[in-house]
Design a binder for this molecule. Sequence first.
Ligand code: SF4
Ligand code: SF4
Length: 130
Amino acid sequence: MKAELACTDITENLCQHCAYCCLKTLLPVNALTSQTYEYLVMVMESRGFSVYAYDEDDGTLLFDMGACPYLRRKGEMYGCGVHGTAARPKKCKKFNCAAWAAVGEEDNTVFTDYALGIYNWLNGGESSGE
Ligand code: SF4
Ligand code: SF4
């Protein structure tokens, strides 16, 4: 079982089974006071978005904005409904969650933590529970 993903582990096959970065659109905002936190949570939850994580130390509040509307499920696998078209954002074409996790802060492992389970499952490990 692999303990950490490398950039080269992020293949098309893994992404088609994982899709976590398409399922979770995360919006980071600063909630530096408890009043700001309560206000933001009230406004966002009233619009159907939920809190994904909150870091009390630096006030970063991550909202889960839900799945990308272009995401398509094909049985056990996922696909991008605008793959190969101009509508697909450039960031999506280039995104590699392991490369992102390798730079910056520990929050950057939010996608690789999930993708690692899928990787190990695809390579003969325990069920992903999907
Ligand atoms: S989280 Fe990583 S492995 Fe999963 S779809 Fe996104 S880039 Fe691919
Ligand atoms: S546009 Fe496609 S690749 Fe980008 S987040 Fe949406 S489904 Fe994923």
